[in-house]
Design a protein around this ligand. Structure first.
Ligand code: NAD
Length: 445
C-alpha cells in the first residue's frame, strides 16, 4: 500500500520504517527541515536500537519529504495518511495544536481531490478527539463529509528503547474506524502481522491506549507509595515484601506442564523506584485526568497517581539524606540521564528531576549518559558537568547515583575494592545489596 506518514518522531519514523520493511511504500513528512535533512542523508535523528539498519535496508520502500507549501500536494499521493505528530501537555491538558494543524492541512488538500483517502490518527489523543476534533476540521476545511474521505485511529504501544521489536512483534493491534473503507485499509496495512486485532470505533481505540498506560502508571505509583510507607515504619525488608507479593499466583502463575513459575514483565511495574518518566506516561495520565474533569467526573485515582509520581524523586533523595546526612554542597555523580536505557530521549526523565533537587541543595553535579547528553543540554538550565567517561569521575565524587539502568553501569562492581566507603545510591535496583562489600551501597528498597 502507499502510506504517507505525517511526523517523523519516535512513533512516525518507527511506524514508517517498519511498514516499509513489511513491503509498503512509505513517504514520511515532517515540518522540521533539520530532521528531514538528516533522514535524507540516510541517518536517524534520534537513537533507537535497530532502526537505522532497517531503514537503510528498506530504503527502496522509503522516502522523506519536508512538508511545506511547495510539497504538501505530495501528501495526497497515497491511500492512507497516518498522523503521528506530537500531543504534548500544556497547562496539564493535552495540546492538540499539532493534530489540528495537520488535519486542517489535509482537509484543504482533499477539497479538490477526487481520490478517496483515509486519515488515520496514530498519535495518542484523548477519547473523542478523532470523531469530533479531527473529523470536524477535516469536514470544514475540505467541504466534504466523512464517507468521501476515511477516518481511523490506530494507537501505538511501542516502548522507546525496544521500539522496532515492539512494532514488528506487537502483542495486539487496535483498529479504530469510522468507515468501512478505512477498516479495509487497516486490515491491508497490517496483513503481514499475524496477531490479535481489536476492531472498535475510534473513541474506544483512543480509550484502550489511555487505560493501558494509566493502569501501568497506577501500579508504579502504588508500589512507590507502599515502599515509602515501609521506609517510614522502619526495619522492613521491602525488597522481600515485594518478592513475596510477586509470587502470588495471579502475578506469577506456575506453568502446569513444566511446573516452572512464569515471571511476566508486569512484575517490573511492581518494583519501587523514583517514579515514571518519559514522553508518554506522565502526559497520558494527566490528559485523561484533565478530560475526566472536563466531563464532570472526579479522577481521584489518576490525580493521586500523578501526585505520588511528582513527589517521588524528592522523597527518594530525602531518604538518601536520612541515610547519609545532608547532600548540601556535596559532589554528586549522576549515572544516566535518559528516561530509560537504550534511548536518548530525556523528556520527563526522572533523572533530570533528581538533578533539579540536587541543584536546589547546591550540590556539584556531574552527569553521564552514553547517548543522551546532547538532548539533556537542550533542556537542563542549571550547572551540570557532563562527562563522557564516568569511571574517571568515581573517585572525585562523594555520592554516586544510578538514575538510569544502563547495562554498562553494572561495571561499578569492578570498583568495589577501590571505592571503599563511597556512597552508591541505586534508584533502579541495578544491583543487590550483597554485591558490594566496601562501597556503601544503598538501594531504593
Ligand atoms: P515526537 O515529538 O518525537 O515527533 C513528532 C513529530 O511531528 C516531530 O518530528 C514534529 O516536527 C512533527 N510535526 C509536528 N507537527 C507537524 C505537522 N503539522 N506536519 C508534519 N510534521 C509535524 O513525538 P513522538 O514521541 O513520536 O509521539 C508522537 C505521538 O505518538 C504522540 O501523541 C505520543 O503520545 C504518541 N506515542 C508516543 C510513544 C513514544 O514512545 N514516543 C509511544 C506511543 C505513542
Amino acid at each position: 500500500m502507499k502510506i504517507n506518514v505525517i511526523g517523523t518522531g519516535y512513533v512516525g519514523l518507527v511506524s514508517g520504517v517498519c511498514m516499509a520493511a513489511k513491503g509498503h511504500s512509505v513517504k514520511c513528512f515532517d515540518t522540521n527541515p533539520d530532521t528531514i535533512q538528516i533522514l535524507k542523508s540516510g541517518k536517524c535523528h534520534f537513537y533507537e536500537k535497530g532502526l537505522e539498519k532497517l531503514f537503510v535496508e528498506y530504503s527502496d520502500n522509503l522516502s522523506f519529504e519536508l512538508l511545506d507549501a511547495s510539497s504538501e500536494h505530495k501528501l495526497l499521493d497515497c491511500q492512507v495518511i497516518l498522523m503521528a505528530v506530537g500531543t504534548p501537555t500544556v497547562n496539564e491538558k493535552i495540546d492538540l495544536s499539532q493534530i489540528k494543524t495537520a488535519s486542517k492541512n489535509i482537509g484543504k488538500l482533499i477539497k479538490n481531490h477526487d481520490k478517496f483517502i483515509s486519515v488515520i490518527v496514530k498519535s495518542t489523543v484523548v477519547p473523542g478527539t478523532t470523531d469530533t476534533v479531527v473529523k470536524n476540521i477535516l469536514e470544514e476545511s475540505s467541504g466534504k463529509k466523512i464517507g468521501e474521505f476515511g477516518l481511523g485511529m490506530n494507537p501505538e504501544f511501542l516502548r522507546e528503547g525496544n521500539a522496532v521489536e515492539d512494532f514488528m512483534n506487537p502483542d495486539r493491534i487496535v483498529f479504530g474506524y469510522e468507515d468501512e473503507i478505512t477498516l479495509k485499509y487497516l486490515h491491508e496495512i497490517y496483513s503481514p502481522w499475524d496477531v490479535d486485532k481489536i476492531i472498535v470505533n475510534t473513541r474506544s481505540a483512543e480509550m484502550i491506549k489511555y487505560v493501558n498506560n494509566s493502569i501501568l502508571a497506577t501500579l508504579i505509583s502504588t508500589t512507590n507509595e507502599y515502599s515509602n510507607i515501609a521506609k517510614s515504619i522502619g526495619n522492613i525488608d521491602f525488597n522481600t515484601v515485594m518478592n513475596a507479593v510477586h509470587l502470588d499466583n495471579r502475578w506469577s502463575p506456575i506453568d502446569k506442564t513444566t511446573g516452572e513459575r512464569i515471571y511476566p514483565e508486569i512484575i517490573n511495574y511492581l518494583k519501587p523506584g523514583c517514579g515514571f518518566g518519559g514522553s508518554c506516561f506522565p502526559k497520558d495520565v494527566m490528559a485523561l485526568a484533565a478530560l475526566s474533569k472536563e466531563i464532570g467526573i472526579k479522577s481521584l485515582i489518576l490525580d493521586s497517581v500523578i501526585k505520588v509520581n511528582q513527589l517521588q524523586p524528592k522523597v527518594v533523595l530525602e531518604y538518601l539524606e536520612e541515610k547519609v546526612g545532608s547532600l548540601e554542597g556535596k559532589n554528586i555523580l549522576v549515572l544516566g540521564i535518559a528516561f530509560k536505557p537504550e534511548t536518548d530521549d530525556v523528556r520527563e526523565s526522572v533523572s533530570i528531576k533528581l538533578m533539579k533537587y540536587l541543584n536546589t541543595q547546591r550540590c556539584n553535579i556531574t552527569a553521564h549518559d552514553p547517548i543522551s547528553i546532547n538532548n539533556a543540554k537542550k533542556i537542563i538550565d542549571f550547572d551540570v558537568n557532563y562527562v563522557k567517561d564516568w569511571k574517571k569521575e568515581l573517585s572525585n565524587n562523594d555520592v554516586i547515583i544510578i538514575s538510569t539502568n544502563w547495562n554498562e553501569y553494572r561495571e561499578l562492581k569492578d570498583f568495589d575494592n577501590t571505592l571503599e566507603n563511597k556512597i552508591l545510591f541505586d534508584t533502579r535496583s541495578l544491583f543487590n545489596s550483597n554485591e558490594f562489600t566496601n562501597i556503601n551501597y544503598i538501594n531504593i528498597n
